[in-house]
Design a protein around this ligand. Structure first.
Ligand code: PNS
Length: 171
């Protein structure tokens, strides 16, 4: 955390692709909102190495609707380096969710790089173990093959997914 601020004074950034947001993401947002006075859920404009299933506006809209009950959570977008967004917003800490130990390997490198670039630490929050196998990419795969994803995503995301179905062909 930079500036020696404690969690009670800190602005936390929770970055991700959120393509789409899952119950696991919402669990991390709830945990972060209980710790930090301000949490910005930061949607990356262009997820790395793939074209997103949902447009940026849709990903933001889903997150806004899912988080409308939190006074201290806002949704924003960023392009380019997370470290530059951190500097622009003068945030104090990055929040990332961890599901399983294997997540940690990549996340540790990201955390070191982000601290090296912006002098901001990353705090890891473990989502509930019931979400340990839930990822946006698996959700999309199960959905596109006609599987039931209702247990794994918020209702609003389910609605957005169903609106996508004709465009993506199956069922
Ligand atoms: O939900 P995701 O796809 O796991 O989120 C990854 C994300 C967006 C957090 C990461 O790719 C990111 O920070 N991208 C911005 C570009 C950047 O700063 N890259 C260097 C990371 S150290």
């Amino acid at each position: 955390m930079r500036n020696g601020k404690g969690a009670q004074q800190s602005h936390a950034i929770y970055p991700g692709s959120f393509d789409p947001p899952t119950n696991g993401h919402l669990d991390v947002i709830a945990r972060a909102a209980a710790i930090f006075p301000l949490v910005t859920v930061a949607v990356v404009v262009n997820p790395q190495k793939r074209s997103p299933f949902f447009a940026l506006d849709e990903r933001e809209e889903m997150l806004r609707r899912c988080t409308h009950g939190y006074d201290n959570v806002r949704v924003d977008r960023f392009r380019g380096l997370l470290a530059d967004f951190i500097k622009r917003t003068e945030a104090h800490v990055i929040v990332k969710g961890l599901r399983v130990v294997s997540d940690f390997e990549n996340e540790m490198a990201f955390a070191h790089m982000n601290r090296s670039l912006s002098n901001v630490d990353t705090m890891f929050l473990m989502s509930d173990s019931s979400y340990s196998f839930v990822s946006s990419s698996l959700i999309k795969e199960v959905f596109l093959q006609g599987g039931d994803i209702a247990k794994y995503v918020p209702d609003v995301v389910l609605e957005f997914m169903h609106l996508k179905r004709p465009a993506h062909g199956r069922k």
